[in-house]
Design a protein around this ligand. Sequence first.
Ligand SMILES: Nc1ncnc2c1ncn2[C@@H]1O[C@H](COP(=O)(O)OP(=O)(O)O)[C@@H](O)[C@H]1O
Ligand SMILES: [Mg+2]
Length: 354
Amino acid sequence: MPIQSQFSPQAGISPKLSVRGIRKDYGATTVLQAIDLDVRSGELLTLLGPSGSGKTTLLQIICGLVEPTSGSLFIDGRDETSLPVNQRDIGVVFQNYALFPHLTVKENIAFPLQMRRLPVAEIDKRVAEVLDMVNLGHTADRLPKALSGGQQQRVALARCLVYRPSVILMDEPLGALDRKLRETMQIEIKRIHRETGATIIFVTHDQEEALALSDRICLMNDGVIAQVGTPQEIYEAPANRFSAEFIGLSNIFDGAIADGMLRSADGDIPAVAGMQAGDGLMVRPEHIALTEPAQGFMSGTVTETVYAGADTRLLVALESGKSIIVRQAAGIPIAPIGSSVGLNWQPSAIRIVR
Ligand SMILES: Nc1ncnc2c1ncn2[C@@H]1O[C@H](COP(=O)(O)OP(=O)(O)O)[C@@H](O)[C@H]1O
Ligand SMILES: [Mg+2]
């Protein structure tokens, strides 16, 4: 069966992995509804979504740990829906890295190769190579308990890389690490991705992590795909309300459309071509400029300022009671709490949300 690439603009390049109509029911509960997704060869695609949206279930179906209720999975164009886990060319890294506590780092990493009965010399060579890749050469003879959480996670990654799978699945692998370590590991994962050329499917519920890491993001909500696109596409042109609210901060106005205006409880805003009844308008906090109260599309009172170094976030309460988030770049005098301000923006910064 020829596979139509639904999301790829690069017609003719066949995807590494194609999910077609994958559905998963647990009893009467549907946790995945007819998922269609193409993952391109060599890309890092993130499954992003709130807890319970079905990310882990989809990943487990891809690696073969869970059987779908219906639908198919193609890898390199082959139907592998029913192929056993150990015959798939897929490596998996989980959040709870599950290293063998009584084996050294080197032995932990060698384990998958021993299972595959590779010659000892080849095993030694490959283990040294991946230890180097994850910067852990100096810990080769230690036991896992003598390593930090971040180092243990890198051993788990090395143990997956060592048998050179062409697809690597990572389920919230950085979830247990503190922020600074997580950011360091994100950079390492990007580097390893470049060096190995592997296709990576990375799961996270953290939108900042997804924006930082991904070639493309597949945003999931309640067992369906809300949007697939580059981080920039999703941030700048959210396909729907869920995308607009889940990725980044957003201000959304709703109301009836009349005489070319969106008449919201918060004030009137010029409508945008293509708007339909029920659509809202969204503006990101960084696109709002503070003006004199009379000069904005709407006006309000600053109720909170949160200084964050590179920028400052302000909350502005409108008369309607709604709070608007505004981001001011560093260097602009910060409007003090209690001051009356107008909110202004360029029409080009406005997006329709459906
Ligand atoms: N073995 C199972 N039996 C019943 N329900 C399950 C099972 N595994 C997952 N679920 C349900 O499926 C939904 C999606 O779960 P999951 O894929 O783990 O989401 P995520 O990884 O996005 O947090 C959740 O509501 C979860 O409770
Ligand atoms: Mg999960």
